[in-house]
Unconditional design. Structure first.
Length: 94
């Protein structure tokens, strides 16, 4: 699945994207609020300005991802892999 297909499925009402692999994808400004993204691979993805509000990102791989200005309010990041991720506040997760 690529970013365009993901956006089309989300717009059609799909919210369950478990185990999706979008490593290194350009996903800036994407809206995935309230999506289930358990074990998703967003390693090195560009998620700048993404709307991930209330998304379930538990066990997701976000290593090296750019989450600058992303909306993560209410998102579940339990057990997510964040090493090297650029967080919304501009810090790099260690």
């Amino acid at each position: 699945m690529d970013a365009i297909e993901l956006q089309m499925l989300y717009a059609a009402g799909e919210r369950d994207f478990r185990n999706i692999d979008l490593s290194s994808a350009s996903l800036s400004y994407i809206n995935l609020s309230q999506a289930t993204l358990i074990r998703a691979n967003f390693r090195h993805a560009n998620l700048r300005w993404a709307n991930l509000r209330e998304a379930n990102l538990s066990w997701a791989d976000l290593r090296g991802a750019d989450l600058s200005w992303a909306d993560l309010r209410g998102a579940d990041l339990s057990h997510a892999r964040l090493k090297g991720a650029k967080m919304p506040d501009g810090t790099i997760h260690d």
